[in-house]
Design a protein around this ligand. Structure first.
Ligand SMILES: [Zn+2]
Length: 338
């Protein structure tokens, strides 16, 4: 028996749309996926993709109460409009209104990292933690904030974009136009960039990594570095340690601003586990304001993996639909009768 009301979660990434029916315990009962249409295609094509995935899932007769969408981009605080999605053609796209005419269910749109943070808070590494910050290490750094058991979206919906906090004055140039952004030092891309630059310099210490990619630095990926580190390659471990150290430095800043009880680290690089997190914890302790005189937040690896966005979007929609129903009931009760 599925647990409680069901909701559909849709995770829209740069390369795929993943959707699933999720119960109130965070269990995914059914799944489907589509390739994300290329970024040059019209918003309508992306909408068609979402509608087709949701309709397929609805075809099984489940009693679904809402649809939640987690999108990689800036989502306005009204949870209806995608302000900007770098990998899609959405610019101020009224997604809820566009889908509302085609799907007869309440629709809630959120940033994908907010959805993932919510999922880890409800069902994953942050279960039972009221104050949680999630840091996702992918090509860049994304994040989500849950404080007092609520997602913090910010006045404009753009809270949690941690990747562009400056950690190094006049540091490495970032795509955003500034220098020294955190994601230039602690992301999956930073890991690969550092490993490739050592390989290209012909350093003899990279022979293990060279063997893994047949001598072609262009073939190197984050997971390959993690695999080498797991197999004991000292250089790969050092590279991950360096990423971890920068991770801890940025997390100390976030602790100063937000004071959560737990930091959940997700994204591809987090698969390295303690090879990444132990150096992060050590750097965090060295950097933390008031260290030794305050409780310290835990730094843990995410548990829900790639499904966090889908599960979190569904659960936020389920909760949102319940709030809507409650508000309507209150409204009816307060309306003068007769
Ligand atoms: Zn930047």
């Amino acid at each position: 028996m599925p647990d409680g009301p069901l909701a559909i979660g849709v995770d829209i990434g740069g390369t795929k749309v993943a959707a699933g029916v999720v119960d109130a315990a965070g269990t995914v009962l059914r799944r489907t996926r589509r390739d994300t249409p290329h970024r040059s295609t019209s918003p309508r094509v992306v909408e068609d993709t979402i509608v087709s995935a949701v309709e397929e899932l609805m075809g099984h007769g489940d009693d679904v109460v809402a649809v939640g969408i987690g999108a990689a981009g800036f989502v306005a605080a009204d949870r209806a409009t995608v302000v900007f999605a770098p990998h899609l053609s959405w610019r101020n796209e009224p997604l809820r209104a566009a889908l509302g005419g085609r799907l007869a269910l309440p629709i809630f749109v959120d940033n994908d990292a907010n959805a993932a943070a919510w999922a880890e808070h409800r069902f994953g590494a942050g279960r039972g933690e009221s104050h949680l910050v999630m840091v996702n290490l992918g090509t860049g750094i994304g994040g989500g904030i849950v404080l007092d058991g609520r997602v913090v979206r910010g006045r404009f919906g753009i809270a949690g974009e941690f990747g562009h906090m400056q950690v190094v004055p006049d540091g490495i140039r970032c795509e955003c136009g500034n220098r020294g952004c955190w994601e230039q030092y602690a992301s999956g891309n930073a890991l690969v960039r550092e490993a490739r630059s050592l390989m290209s310099a012909g350093s003899p210490v990279v022979s293990d990594l060279f063997d893994r990619v047949g001598g072609d630095p262009g073939e190197l990926t984050g997971p390959l570095v993690t695999e080498a580190a797991r197999d004991g390659d000292p250089l790969a471990r050092e590279l991950l340690g360096e990423i971890g150290r920068w991770l801890g430095v940025g997390i100390a800043d976030l602790a100063a601003a937000l004071d959560p009880g737990t930091f959940v680290i997700g994204g591809g690089v987090s698969a390295a586990g303690d090879l990444l997190l132990d150096p992060a914890r050590a750097a965090f302790r060295r950097q933390l304001t008031g260290r030794g005189y305050r409780p310290e937040a835990a730094i843990v690896a995410a548990q829900l993996g790639n499904e966090a966005g889908l599960v979190g979007a569904a659960d936020l929609a389920r909760v949102g639909a319940a709030d809507l129903a409650w508000a309507e009931a209150v409204d009816r009760a307060e309306r003068p009768s007769g």
